[in-house]
Design a protein around this ligand. Structure first.
Ligand code: MN
Ligand code: MN
Length: 467
């Protein structure tokens, strides 16, 4: 998709389609006000109206698509992103599309995210992408580049998460990360099962023990300028979660290709950090394993020894995410980054507490948690803090090891975070639990059902705010 900015007024652009925002109850201009009463278009959010040009119309585009903004005005970038995202799938019918919204980044993100399709497995792809987007009244060429990089990052992660788990086993994920890193000039390191054994990554090895596809740890680094600090990112990379011997039912298992969304998110964020040439250094670590069932599976009661020497009694093989993240956080902490952030499709608890719009955040550092929530608000990705409630740590006490990996069904999002905390070496740390928001079974304004790419725009915004 080619993107260009044009100073032309909307009436004078000769595109196949002109997209015009309309605030509820306001006249869209171009002499179209009179038509609207007849067709009951009011500009309500979610409404749109396609009008082909007729003889005598006061504009040159072949057709106009009016898009309702509701109460918001055209300066509200979240409303613009959603409004454009809603109509984006229909823009593919038109080779050249002009959009008269002033928010260049919101327009491009809306078009790219809302128009996203995962078509690689269809014998006949559903839609075409249009060729040329012209943004009118936009005056921010830098915004064009940034929005393209952000949309590329979200697309990269969505494609990884949507890929069937049989085609994205841990070493496939490593290969995709390697290809991305090489394309962006980033350093990449993959620890295979042998290196994991030598390095003492007992959590990753234990979770991956039942699978015919060996686990690995993927590390991609953006060095930054060396003086602006460093951020360590860890993302859960369970390429498929059957639950292990505590096997899930089909309903819970059917979407479990999404259980590496945390890893995909962090790879996407380091990609964007490199392409945006952010001064802050970023290291993304993905502990990748397939949680399966076989004669070599870990058993309830088995004890694993993690990278930092801590031991865990595995009392629930379906609470595997925290086992691999423990190793990844301990490994990242060895490099003493200024902050640690992890993201994981981790608990049913966060689904029940916050639902499909809101990502849970739990952390050891008030400032960091606040900065992430603020970045989420700027990106239009709501977050809510859940407590790191120390008294509950006793739920994790084990008779045989330093901890067990589950602490009952109550407050499991908090329990999981309490389990992870000893692996963060006292560094400022925030944990994002996006078990619901990373993967949805219905379409939103900004994309079809499936992987959402949630938290990528938030984390990029957070890194920019540190830069
Ligand atoms: Mn699980
Ligand atoms: Mn899982």
């Amino acid at each position: 998709m080619e993107v260009s900015l044009s100073p032309l007024p909307a009436a004078e652009i000769a595109a196949d389609l002109l997209v015009l925002p309309v605030r509820e109850g306001h006249d869209p201009g171009l002499g179209l006000g009179g038509v609207l009463g007849q067709v009951r278009f009011t500009g309500r959010a979610g409404q749109d109206l396609l009008l082909p040009r007729r003889d005598g119309d006061a504009f040159r585009a072949a057709a106009v698509l009016l898009v309702g903004l509701g109460d918001a005005d055209a300066d509200d970038e979240h409303a613009v992103r959603r409004a454009v995202g809603r109509v984006a799938p229909r823009l593919a019918e038109f080779p050249t599309v002009a959009i008269a919204f002033p928010h260049v980044q919101a327009v491009i993100e809306g078009v790219r995210l809302g128009g996203y399709r995962f078509d690689g497995y269809k014998s006949e792809p559903r839609g075409r992408a249009f060729r040329e987007l012209v943004i009118l009244a936009g005056a921010d060429p830098q915004g064009v580049a940034r929005a393209g990089i952000v949309a590329d990052a979200v697309t990269f992660a969505r494609d990884l998460v949507n890929t069937p788990a049989g085609d994205l086993v841990p070493m496939d994920l490593a290969e995709r990360a390697r290809a991305m890193a090489e394309a962006c000039g980033l350093g990449v390191r993959v620890l295979d099962a042998g290196a994991l054994r030598e390095g003492g990554f007992g959590g990753i090895l234990g979770v991956g023990a039942a699978s015919a596809n060996p686990p690995c740890l993927i590390e991609v680094s953006h060095p930054g300028d060396g003086v602006s600090g460093t951020v360590g990112l860890a993302g859960k990379g369970i390429t498929f979660d059957s639950g292990g011997l505590a096997i899930k039912g089909l309903g819970a298992m059917s979407t479990m290709k999404c259980d590496m969304a945390g890893g995909a998110t962090m790879l996407a964020v380091v990609q964007a950090a490199a392409r945006l040439e952010l001064p802050v250094g970023v290291t993304a670590v993905v502990p990748a394993a397939e949680n399966m069932v076989s004669g070599s599976a870990i058993r309830p009661g088995d004890v694993l020894t993690h990278r930092n020497g801590r031991t865990t009694e595995v009392t629930d093989t379906d609470s595997e995410g925290r086992l691999v993240l423990a190793d990844a956080l301990a490994y990242l902490a060895e490099g003493s980054p200024d902050v640690l952030i992890d993201a994981a499709t981790l608990t049913y608890s966060v689904m029940h507490a916050l639902g499909e719009d809101i990502t849970g955040v739990i952390g050891s550092d008030r400032g960091l948690v606040g900065e992430l929530i603020a970045a989420g608000a700027r990106a239009g990705e709501p977050m809510w803090e859940l407590p790191l409630w120390e008294p509950y740590a006793d739920r994790l006490e084990s008779e045989v090891a330093d901890a067990k990996n589950e602490g009952g069904s109550l407050a499991d999002a908090t329990i999981a975070a309490l389990f992870l905390r000893p692996f963060t070496a006292g560094l400022p740390w925030a944990h994002l639990d996006f078990a619901t928001t990373a993967y949805l079974d219905k379409a939103t304004d900004l994309g079809p059902a499936g992987a959402t790419g949630a938290m990528i725009r938030t984390l990029i915004g957070y890194l920019e705010s540190r830069s």
